[in-house]
Design a protein around this ligand. Structure first.
Ligand code: ADP
Ligand code: MG
Length: 678
């Protein structure tokens, strides 16, 4: 019933339906489950009970003549002193010159806005003359896009609720509803959209958050159970002496941490169970060589290996560094990227299927259907947080139950780890190779650009190279590109005696390759780039990293970018060009200048930005939640995880009627086969 298109609702036609698509709302269910992201609280409040930066509604008396200033034609600021309770505050109205009339000395006024405790100021978002209490004191706020307004959306949700609300069915087993005193699904959906008061919305949120997290955890745990039950994982057997001599021949001794994780991984590989392990280690901690050792071991056991990375540039770089490490040992490596086409591609795939290629390196092109290994034993993914749960599953299903190792330079706080990886085993490289100098990081405002350029120049004169990362403008590759082109032109004018290269996502991979290798050879001294160089790239002579508009990046991403320098023995520098407006923005810049520790940064990042943004941007493998929030709802997550684990392990879950909706859900997600239901 609820899976019908929104046009089934009386009052919503094709045109409205098209508009709703921009919010990814297609069915009645989508519309009903498009929840508000916050509520505007119009209850009257005392400033004494209000925290800094909180929204508040107050009643007060106008205590001064209002003053109005214009900036240009359209912009204006109106300020007035207001006495409320014991507080004499300033109320600021932006671009509402007409409000002035109502602010007569001594009159009463109701103001809603954000409270700045330090400046004793309210920035007004809504006002009414006189003391005023709204009927709906607690009003949902939705995020909208395109032609849709919040008001229009609310109307459509009301229509959906009136005509189809009765068809919302319970999906949680009664047991849990009783245990946690949850309200019904129907009631929760209704109250989320039309709460009478704060408590109403709170109960509704509580119920839906639990549901969402339980479903998510069920999915994760069902996947994991499937993996475990495939006991015929590969058991790899190699001569330990051979591995030891490989390690001895490396250009450097392994750090203690590298040795430890190599042992952990090799032990897993020799067991008959399927390895499902996460390897985390800060940027520059030397994960690539660990990967090489493990791949070598797999190949020596008679299996093939695969290394999967998020970008083609990185694939090419890994290909080169692994070639250097593995070629002396008579191992056949190949690179598979989207630019390898036609006959060449067919030949490569045929060789792979015959088992004549030992190790295949590439992007997620590696998990396409047409790619068949003869005897895949080990799959390693680098920077794996960019791969979603689904991709990881497809990957695991390739070949004969290969062992899987996920590598990441973004340390993952525990709440994240639970939700992203369930109870995956984790190895951690918590030590950098000896002799690394910490990167010195500075924060400069954009108007100091000139000085920054002179600083770069000094490094270049010493024979070093520099990366310049361009502003990232969300969602628009085109604008990103324009920015990079502009910056490139500016730098070329300034650095007349050096070569300035340009790298961006629109280049073909052959072109990228050319730019990158020119930079590696020091034919180019300054590389202007969009974030495509973010992960993994290794040019030790580059000692300078300049990041434009650094406030647009998250801490983890800045740390990744910064990790491109400091790879040799020379002192390296990172300069963050940023004029952050918000306090958190400034805080982020400060933290960057204070620490080089990726673990500290990732925890801070999570606290400052919340999990949605945590992993950077759109390609992140983070599940998207409609209502739950992994930072604030971590307790609910823990409860849901335990409940899900218990359910999946019980026979009742697979048989009893009260769980039919949950099983159904797993079927729809493609995790359960239909026949398993009986
Ligand atoms: P990441 O963990 O960021 O992927 P890499 O594997 O790219 O780091 O290693 C960074 C650099 O450190 C490379 O140039 C690599 O050769 C070097 N390296 C790795 N392990 C060691 C070690 N034990 N001693 C010295 N240098 C090392
Ligand atoms: Mg790496």
């Amino acid at each position: 019933m609820l899976n019908q298109p929104v046009t089934a609702i009386k009052g919503i036609g094709e045109e409205k339906a098209n508009e709703l698509e921009s919010l990814r709302i297609y069915t009645i269910k989508d519309l009903l489950e498009y929840f508000p992201y916050r509520y505007e609280d119009y209850r009257l409040k005392d400033l004494a009970d209000t925290k800094h930066d909180e929204r508040v509604t107050i009643v007060g008396k106008v205590h001064s003549e209002p003053s109005l200033r214009y900036f240009g034609k359209k912009k204006s600021r109106l300020t007035v002193r207001v006495l409320t309770g014991r507080y004499l505050i300033t109320a600021t109205f932006f671009n509402r010159p007409y409000a002035k009339k109502q602010l007569t000395l001594g009159s009463e006024i109701t103001l809603t806005g954000k409270w700045d405790q330090h400046r004793m100021t309210i920035t007004v978002s809504d006002y009414k003359s006189g003391p005023y209490e709204r009927k709906q004191q607690y009003e949902p706020v939705y995020s909208v896009a395109g032609n849709i307004t919040v008001k229009g959306l609310k109307r459509m949700i009301l229509l959906a609720m009136q005509q189809y609300g009765q068809y919302i069915e319970e999906i949680l087993p009664e047991r849990f509803i009783l245990k946690y005193k949850l309200i019904s699904r129907k009631e929760a959906v209704k109250r989320l959209h039309f709460p009478v008061d704060f408590e109403d919305a709170k109960q509704a949120r509580r119920r839906m958050i639990y549901e969402e997290l339980l479903l998510f955890q069920l999915k994760m745990q069902a996947l994991r159970k499937g993996n475990r039950e495939n006991k015929q994982g590969v058991k790899q057997q190699f001569e330990l002496a051979e591995i030891k001599s490989f390690i001895k021949d490396l250009p450097f001794p392994l750090t203690k941490a590298q040795q430890r994780v190599v042992n952990e991984i090799l032990t897993d590989m020799t067991s008959p169970y399927r390895m499902n392990r996460l390897l985390q280690g800060d940027v520059g901690s030397g994960k690539t060589v660990v990967a090489a050792i493990c791949l070598y071991a797999a190949i020596k056991s008679g299996f093939q290996g695969a290394l999967m990375v998020p970008t083609e540039i990185l694939a090419e770089q890994h290909y080169e560094s692994l070639q250097q490490l593995l070629n002396p040992f008579d191992i056949n490596l190949s690179l598979l990227t989207s630019s390898i086409k036609g006959k060449k591609r067919r030949e490569l795939l045929a060789l792979l299927e015959k088992g004549e290629i030992d190790l295949l390196i590439g992007t997620h092109a590696l998990i396409q259907d047409e790619v068949n290994f003869r005897k895949l034993g080990l799959v390693i993914t680098d920077e794996q947080h960019r791969f979603g749960v689904e991709q990881r599953r497809v990957l695991r299903e390739k070949g004969e139950q290969p062992d899987v190792l996920f590598m990441t330079a973004t340390p993952i706080p525990r709440t994240m780890a639970i939700s992203l990886f369930g109870d995956m085993d984790v190895s951690t490289i918590d030590e950098l190779p000896a002799g690394r100098k910490p990167i010195e990081t500075y924060w400069a405002k954009h108007d100091m650009l000139e000085r920054v350029l002179h600083f770069i120049d000094k490094e270049l004169q010493k024979g070093r190279q520099a990366y310049v990362i361009c502003p990232l403008i969300e969602e628009s590759e085109k604008l990103d590109l324009q920015n990079a082109i502009d910056v490139h032109a500016t730098l070329q004018q300034f650095f007349t005696s050096y070569r300035v290269g340009l790298m961006h996502g629109r280049l073909h991979s052959a072109e990228k390759d050319e730019v990158m290798s020119a930079f590696s050879r020091n034919d180019i001294q300054i590389l202007v780039s969009t974030t495509v160089v973010e992960v993994g790239v290794n040019v030790p002579n580059a000692t300078m990293m300049v990041i434009y508009d650094a406030e647009r990046f998250g801490l983890s991403q800045l740390h990744q970018l910064r990790g491109r320098v400091g790879r040799g023995s020379e002192q390296s520098y990172c300069i963050l060009l940023a004029d952050p407006k918000s306090e958190t923005g400034k805080e982020r810049m400060r933290i960057m200048t204070e620490t080089n520790d990726g673990f500290v940064l990732s925890q801070k990042d999570l606290e400052l930005r919340g999990p949605g943004d945590f992993f950077g941007y759109k390609q992140s493998g983070m599940p998207e939640f409609k209502i739950a929030d992994l930072v604030h709802d971590y307790r609910a997550l823990e409860v849901a995880r335990q409940d899900a684990a218990e359910l999946i392990a019980s026979t009742a879950f697979w048989q009893e009627n009260q769980y039919v909706y949950l099983r159904h859900y797993l079927e729809n997600e493609g995790i359960l086969e239909g026949e398993k239901l009986d």
